[in-house]
Ligand binder design. Structure first.
Ligand code: NDP
Length: 474
């Protein structure tokens, strides 16, 4: 074939390929021009702010894309519940919350927007992809990275739900200060169980780790750390069959010894669950392919592509095997690279980015805060005023408290004309916490005409909190 003929043959092949890609894109409805009709557009929407999400954010920003991170119900993810991380290369030891804060700061310094909001529903059949948030925003995303991580598992035994917040919890970091001088158990044999036990050590009198097998699953280095604490013991071959209490507080557990086949009663005041996690993927159930356990399926070999082109997944939402922060981080990087390639493929050039600039999302509308009451006297004075007072009791670094905060802020904004919304550091005002019998945070209490009229020891949804306040309005 002459050079001239070969050139035309090549042009023909390339134009055919372009046509095919064009047709398949058109079939999927992916047309970048559609974004010009919208406001609240983002190039890369990242759902989740653990190591996967924040690593993706850093890379996305370095690709000069506009990146929005939804920090979600548990900002920073599971690393925020961890104390020392000893396997992050380059840091012999670093606190989990510090590592996450550094990552967020890094991402922000590159221009990433991080919002304290949660994606409640998605429509991946439209393009741009539609994300509806808890704070009532609708975001149009040209690409999406799902990095929603995992949520703690429950035992499913009698008494667990009844005494949730009354002695049963899954967050020592949040609730350990309320168990000063008391006897508690930690259930589980993994790294998380070790972490929970160590976080309880400065407070509880006696901590027993309950392991269902004859060995722990935790890394040997983690198990070795347990030996430094004389107040911590490990019991093997035991399973909780029931959690019992006096209706107000846990008083014990029925413990099945699966080796000696005997059921024993164990008196105690607190049960800390650390039995693993499930992926946080319910929101995407009807949109994406998943396995039987709810892990998002990746569809294209060594990529982070999901069953919807333009939607990627990273970290514990798709990884049911490695589940390490550094692996999640790496998969976030891969997802960002894949998302960038996708954006290039659909035509998001620098000039199109410039055209889209006026349509981009701005986070200003999402900023709302509630004042903190810092002394018991100020708290008592406010309650004694007779006003309807709604209080969010929290402790610093408590992930579920962070989960409630944006919901509380949102309802506070909507109900500012009918009630006083305040927050109180339950650890700082421990005398007040003891007086009000708070053993779990977050804890929402409602006071009317000087009296405590309602109390909730869980993360309330927006609707639940509104309903709780509505009862006492007027
Ligand atoms: P894991 O899945 O590693 O461990 C769960 C533990 O709970 C296992 O010992 C399991 O028992 C036990 N368990 C499960 N179900 C029950 C039940 N119904 N009753 C009693 N026990 C039960 O979860 P983790 O949350 O501990 O860790 C998750 C990941 O996070 C891991 O990869 C871990 O390495 C990592 N991590 C790292 C930390 C660090 O480096 N500092 C800190 C915390 C976590 P069995 O062994 O019998 O299956």
């Amino acid at each position: 074939m002459s050079n001239r003929k070969a050139f035309f043959a090549l042009v023909f092949i390339i134009s055919c390929a372009g046509g095919i890609i064009g047709v398949s894109r058109a079939r999927r409805g992916i047309d970048i021009n559609k974004a010009l009709d919208k406001n609240n557009v983002v190039h890369v929407a990242i759902i989740g702010s653990g190591p996967a999400g924040l690593s993706a954010a850093v890379y996305g920003a370095r690709f000069k894309r506009n990146v929005l991170v939804f920090k979600g119900p548990k900002p920073g993810g599971l690393l925020t519940e961890t104390s020392e991380v000893e396997n992050w290369p380059g840091n012999k030891t670093i606190l989990g919350p510090v590592l996450i804060a550094d990552m967020e700061q890094h991402a922000r310094s590159l221009g990433v927007t991080c919002v304290q909001d949660t994606v409640e529903s998605v429509d991946f059949n439209q393009f741009p992809f539609v994300l509806h948030t808890q704070q009532g925003d609708t975001i149009y995303a040209l690409s999406v990275i799902i990095a929603t991580g995992g949520a703690p598992l429950f035992l499913g035994v009698k008494g667990e739900q009844e005494y949730w917040g009354k002695g049963v919890t899954s967050c020592a970091k949040c609730d350990a200060p309320f168990y000063k001088g008391e006897d508690v158990v930690v259930v589980g044999g993994g790294d998380s169980a070790v972490e929970e036990a160590i976080q309880l050590a400065p407070y509880a009198r006696k901590i027993t780790v309950l392991v269902r097998k004859d060995r722990m699953k935790a890394a040997q280095s983690m198990q070795d750390r347990l030996r430094q604490y004389p107040s911590i013991t490990v019991l093997y071959n035991v399973e909780i069959k029931e959690i019992t209490g006096d209706t107000n507080q846990v008083t014990g557990v029925s413990l099945w010894d699966n080796k000696d086949k005997v059921l024993k009663q164990m008196p105690l005041n607190g049960v800390f669950l650390a039995i693993g996690h499930k992926p946080n993927t319910d929101v995407f159930k009807s949109s994406l392919k998943m396995d039987a356990n709810g892990y998002i399926k990746l569809v294209d070999g060594r990529t982070q592509k999901t069953s919807i082109p333009g939607v990627f997944a990273a970290g514990d939402a798709e990884d049911n095997y490695y589940r390490q922060a550094i692996v999640a981080s790496g998969s976030g990087v891969r997802a960002a690279i894949d998302a960038d390639a996708f954006l290039t493929e659909i035509g998001l050039s620098l000039s199109v980015q410039e055209q889209l600039r006026p349509h981009l999302f701005s986070a200003a509308s999402l900023e709302t805060t509630v004042k903190e009451v810092a002394t018991v006297a100020a708290f008592d004075e406010l309650v004694a005023s007779g006003a309807l007072v709604v209080v969010d009791f929290f402790t610093p670094d408590c992930p579920s408290c962070n989960e409630l905060e944006p919901i509380f802020n949102l309802v506070a904004r909507d109900y500012a004309h009918v009630a006083e919304f305040i927050k109180v550091d339950a650890q700082e005002l421990i005398d007040l916490s003891e007086r009000l019998h708070i053993t779990k945070v977050p804890c929402v209490m409602i006071f009317k005409e000087g009296n405590l009229v309602a109390s909730y020891r869980k993360v309330l949804s927006k609707e639940e909190l509104k309903e709780a306040v509505d009862i006492f309005v007027g």
